[in-house]
Design a protein around this ligand. Structure first.
Ligand SMILES: [Zn+2]
Length: 263
């Protein structure tokens, strides 16, 4: 599943490709949506925003098309609508003949229309965006101090910090040397600082890696170079201390951590 860094890479490319473009017509192929298809016709894409793992095509009408890529989705521009691949689940024909398509082999991706009020509510309800200026140490420490959730689950709660999935939550805690089961409000202030810095550091590294891998249209290549310290490495030595990486299950998901570094 694409995590925040891959979604950010998709958005950065879309900002170059479609910001300002006008939508001539649109079609959702899995389940038609006359309201959406009507609302976007003739509208310009004023901005491409990312909110957690949602991609927002904000229209000049103030409404927005929300796309969630889910498991296998990808959103990109092709030079001609007629060249769309078989797994196209939605298309937006753009002026000049190009098309923005949702290519999604498993067809689990979501495309819907947000009225200006829906858009405002989505923004208000979202957790802090970790790559934004709002993600200050004070704001993060305040959130952490109010939560008794285990650190790993706290990081994955999208209503607190938006966009951290299973892989990066594990890597953040490893870099910050925090045990994934430690209640968040019992993590020391020094380590809270370290967790915040690790979130920003891990995500920036991962966005860079995803942008490099996402060079052409289509899928991410296997060339993503983000080095994983613990995720998926059960029984292998920790790159920092050499102890063997352990796997536990939290809320039904695997958590990988180093019993040497993370206490
Ligand atoms: Zn270690």
């Amino acid at each position: 599943m694409p995590e925040l860094p891959e979604v950010e890479a998709v958005c950065r490319k879309l900002r170059r490709d479609v910001a300002g473009a006008r939508i001539v017509s649109a079609r959702l192929l899995r389940k038609r949506s006359p309201a959406l298809e009507r609302a976007v016709r003739g509208r310009a894409i004023a901005a491409v925003e990312r909110l957690g793992k949602n991609i927002l095509l904000v229209l000049d009408s103030g409404s927005a098309v929300r796309v969630h890529l889910r498991m296998t989705g990808n959103l990109y521009v092709i030079p001609d609508l007629r060249l769309r691949p078989e797994a196209t689940r939605a298309w937006f024909a753009l002026d000049g003949g190009r098309a923005l398509i949702l290519d999604d082999s498993r067809a689990l991706g979501v495309v819907d229309l947000l009225a200006p009020d829906d858009l405002r509510r989505l923004r208000d309800d979202a957790g802090i965006e970790p790559l934004s200026e709002a993600f200050t140490l004070e704001a993060f420490a305040a959130l952490a101090g109010r939560s008794r959730a285990p650190a790993k689950l706290f990081l994955m709660d999208q209503t607190r910090v938006a966009g951290l999935g299973n892989i990066y939550a594990a890597e953040v805690l490893h870099r910050a040397r925090v045990h994934p089961r430690r209640p968040m409000n019992r993590v020391s202030r020094r380590k809270i600082d370290a967790v915040r810095a690790a979130i920003v550091g891990v995500l920036n590294d991962a966005v860079q890696s995803a942008c490099n891998a996402y060079s052409g249209p289509g899928r991410f290549e296997a060339s993503e170079t983000f080095p994983l310290g613990v995720y998926g490495r059960e029984g292998e030595p920790c790159p920092a201390c050499g102890r063997l990486v352990k796997r536990i299950v939290q809320a039904g998901r695997s958590t990988y951590y180093c019993p040497g570094c993370q206490r």
